[in-house]
Design a protein around this ligand. Structure first.
Ligand SMILES: NC(=O)c1ccc[n+]([C@@H]2O[C@H](COP(=O)([O-])OP(=O)(O)OC[C@H]3O[C@@H](n4cnc5c(N)ncnc54)[C@H](O)[C@@H]3O)[C@@H](O)[C@H]2O)c1
Ligand SMILES: O=c1ccn([C@@H]2O[C@H](COP(=O)(O)OP(=O)(O)O[C@H]3O[C@H](CO)[C@@H](O)[C@H](O)[C@H]3O)[C@@H](O)[C@H]2O)c(=O)[nH]1
Length: 443
């Protein structure tokens, strides 16, 4: 079997690497020449735990190759995955220009039957647009090659992408042809060993499933953050409330963590795109409007807490920041709460020292205000008036508190991810604040 994966970002590279790891011949294609040159030298464009080893192993075996050309590699291909970006357009909708550009190219060069599988997150109706773009391009080139389109949305999480791909909870496939369904079943068969479920459905439903899943998860987070903020006012503790409600199997205990709001490459843009789809079709999704509003507010909740604690004056205050990426185990800075928080701190005249284990090389594209980036977490604390924990990297979980206190001018900790123990830190002489734990009414 031979597969082309177009796009070598988080989804494309993981898909290509994992498929080659089960023995398939995979050609990864990207328009970014530098990315391809680096991949051919064994340098990965992203940080994703476990990915580098799989890429190197399969590239060495000759099963995984990288190129900028669909044309030269399309012969005898069974399936082509489209895994390019679908960024937020100016009006909030998903911008399909990269997906359609790939479809156009496929139509130009396709030589024999193949299934064209959209893995990018795309609104309902997009697979039809892909089909039309391929057909139009074939017509322009005076040819007519049989092909099918399919929708196979991806549910991997950054930081856990390899295990999510290798052992998925489910594979959702939207198809309207038996032939295409068989090809896709064949592709995913090796992963059957891991006991996943393959769910076949019609194409619009598969496209909608992706948005509905992300919107549901985003809703869960905004709901918990809203309740957390009320807990603070009423003297309740969101961590205890989470344990209490999460033990109901109808609710479940996953994805209930209050914090500084959701970020990343997916939830913010996918919630917006689904809202746009609703509005365009005369069905505004009011719940999602609130989900987004709560999230935007939540991203600055820690900043406002700090400003209050500093009596409204952050001028020349030295603020240490631990963690910049939108979540641990990734270098991805897209929509990270750290960007907004740091911008606000600098606007108020604060001096920021920041440390992140892997995202530093990425931050300059997202944070343009002056920040002193340090090589380790302790250096960031020198002379600090407060420490803000923004990303719950494992290495921040059990620091040397004696050293932390010694380095800081003022032992104040604001924990945006609720990873520390209030009693322990207070007994060590720190002032500690987190998300959703009320101090007002302790009985
Ligand atoms: N990042 C995630 O965790 C994740 C998870 C599930 C789904 N998705 C969805 O998957 C899609 C890809 O996301 P990503 O995070 O991997 O994106 P990304 O930005 O990391 O990578 C996209 C890649 O596509 C390449 N590209 C653009 N146009 C091209 C073209 N015409 N031909 C070849 N390559 C081209 C870019 O150069 C880039 O390398 C998006 O629709 C996203 O919503 C992302
Ligand atoms: O209980 C929780 C869980 C997550 N988050 C935040 O939510 C965001 C997203 O986290 P996560 O879902 O773990 O990461 P992503 O890599 O963005 O993955 C989401 O987006 C992907 C792209 O569509 C989907 O494939 C995944 O299924 C979906 O979980 C991050 O900012 C987290 O800090 C919380 O605040 N509380």
């Amino acid at each position: 079997m031979k597969i082309i994966v177009v796009g070598t970002g988080y989804v494309g590279l993981v898909t290509g690497a994992c498929l080659s790891d089960v023995g398939v011949e995979v050609v990864c294609v990207d328009v970014d020449q530098q990315k391809i040159e680096n991949l051919n030298r064994g340098i990965l464009p992203i940080y994703e735990p476990g990915l580098e080893e799989i890429v190197h192993r399969n590239a060495q075996k000759g099963r995984l190759t990288f190129t900028t050309s669909i044309k030269e590699n399309i012969a005898e291909t069974d399936a082509i995955f489209i895994a390019v970006g679908t960024p937020e357009g100016e009006d909030g909708s998903a911008d399909l220009k990269y997906v359609i550009a790939v479809a156009d190219e496929i139509g130009t060069y396709l030589e024999d039957y193949a299934v064209i599988i959209t893995k990018s997150t795309v609104p309902v109706g997009s697979s039809l647009k892909v089909k039309e773009a391929i057909a139009d391009s074939m017509k322009r080139n005076g040819k007519s090659i049989p092909f099918d389109v399919a929708s196979n949305p991806e549910f991997l999480k950054e930081g856990a992408a390899i295990s999510d791909f290798m052992s998925p909870d489910r594979i959702v496939v939207g198809v309207n042809s038996e032939r295409a369904g068989k090809v896709i079943e064949q592709i995913y068969k090796p992963f059957l060993l891991n006991g996943y479920r393959m769910i076949f459905m019609d194409i619009p439903s598969a496209e909608m499933t992706k948005y509905a899943a992300n919107a549901m998860l985003a809703t869960r987070i905004s709901f918990m953050n809203d309740i957390a903020n009320l807990c603070e006012i009423l003297g309740a503790d969101i961590n205890q409330v989470r344990n209490g409600i999460g033990s109901d199997p109808r609710i479940g205990n996953k994805f209930l963590y209050a914090g500084i709001g959701y970020g990343g490459a997916c939830f913010p843009k996918d919630v917006k795109a689904l809202m746009k789809t609703g509005a365009d079709n005369g069905h505004p999704l009011r719940m999602l409007e609130v989900v987004e509003e709560v999230n935007n507010r939540q991203k600055l909740v820690l900043f406002h807490k700090l400003k209050n604690l500093m009596k409204g004056d952050l001028k020349d205050k030295k603020i240490a920041i631990w963690g910049l990426s939108f979540k641990p185990q990734t270098d991805d800075m897209r929509e990270a709460p750290s960007i907004l928080i740091i911008n606000e701190l600098i606007k108020e005249g604060a001096k920021v020292n920041a440390y992140d284990p892997v995202a530093i090389k990425e931050v300059h594209r997202y944070i343009t205000v002056p920040v002193n980036y340090t090589d380790d977490e302790y250096t960031a604390l020198e002379g600090a008036d407060a420490l803000l924990l923004l990303t719950e990297w494992r290495e921040f979980r059990l620091p040397d508190w004696g050293k932390v206190k010694e380095l800081m001018t003022n032992p104040l900790i604001l924990d945006g991810r609720n990873i520390y123990n209030e009693k322990e830190l207070e007994s060590l002489g720190f002032e500690y604040h987190c998300i959703g734990v009320g101090k007002a009414m302790k009985i």
